[in-house]
Design a protein around this ligand. Structure first.
Ligand SMILES: Nc1ncnc2c1ncn2[C@@H]1O[C@H](COP(=O)(O)OP(=O)(O)O)[C@@H](O)[C@H]1O
Ligand SMILES: [Mg+2]
Length: 227
């Protein structure tokens, strides 16, 4: 029953979008609960729209007082739990990270954004020290141009890799369809290609991203090989 927590102190990094895109992909095969811990409740609002998959439940009652209980309760009900947090590096983030089987740190591909992602990585390290256990994580570069790979983004990806930071191979591309999820309050699979361009490409991107998440979880759950 993996719990996946999205963390970045930066608003606009793509946490909510990548959390929902992942939730929708997982819901195609197994039940998933999204804990929408953003006080504006964007995913809860989305789920109030039409065509929300029956496998996808959203709860929005989590706060600093009850975060661990809300995660435990969700994990007892559905095989997957996804936590979307607001940007702040507050206690609630540490609490959620303490329950995570995987932390995803979305970041846009600029230096300034990467500096904020590094703050999120420090929160993970802090939690690792507190709990004396490794917290698997991956930095997910978001909102990249699907056609041209900019030098800035390549440079940044290399810098992360050289610093030994785990980076997703998949990037979440900048796609109208990912924005349209919230504009139309519809799942990706229900967006009308007449209204939104390249829905098929967004779906392919979402599938590749979800497959990589599942693979990371699989690897993280296996016993470490002896050195
Ligand atoms: N991959 C993407 N393609 C297009 N728009 C995106 C993408 N990711 C995020 N956005 C847009 O960027 C803004 C911020 O994204 P959001 O997921 O809300 O970030 P956060 O939760 O980190 O604050 C929103 O308007 C969202 O629609
Ligand atoms: Mg958000």
């Amino acid at each position: 029953m993996p719990t996946i927590v999205f963390v970045s102190p930066k608003g606009g990094a793509g946490k909510t979008t990548s959390a929902l895109v992942l939730a929708e992909q997982i819901a195609r095969s197994v039940p998933v609960t999204v804990i929408d811990a953003d006080p504006n409740h964007p995913i809860k609002t989305w789920a109030d729209g039409p065509n929300t998959p029956a496998n996808l439940t959203v709860v929005s009652n989590a706060d600093e007082e009850n975060m661990i209980d809300v995660i435990e309760e969700a994990a007892s009900r559905t095989p997957f739990v996804i936590v979307d947090l607001e940007g702040t590096a507050a206690k609630i983030v540490l609490l959620a990270v303490s329950q995570a089987d995987l932390v995803i740190v979305p970041t846009q591909g600029s230096q300034l954004d990467a500096a904020q992602a590094s703050r999120a990585l420090r929160v993970i390290k802090q939690q690792e020290k507190m709990s004396r256990r490794a917290v698997p994580y991956g930095v997910l570069i978001t909102r990249t141009n699907p056609v041209i790979r900019t030098r800035t983004t390549s440079h940044l990806a290399n810098a992360f890799r050289e610093a030994g930071i785990d980076l997703f191979e998949t990037e979440l591309h900048e796609r109208e369809a990912f924005k349209a999820l919230f504009a139309f309050n519809q799942p990706l699979s229900h967006l009308d290609p007449k209204d939104v361009s390249n829905v098929d490409k967004a779906v392919a991107n979402a599938e590749a991203y979800a497959a990589e998440v599942i693979e990371l979880l699989r690897r993280a759950s296996q016993p470490q090989e002896a050195a």
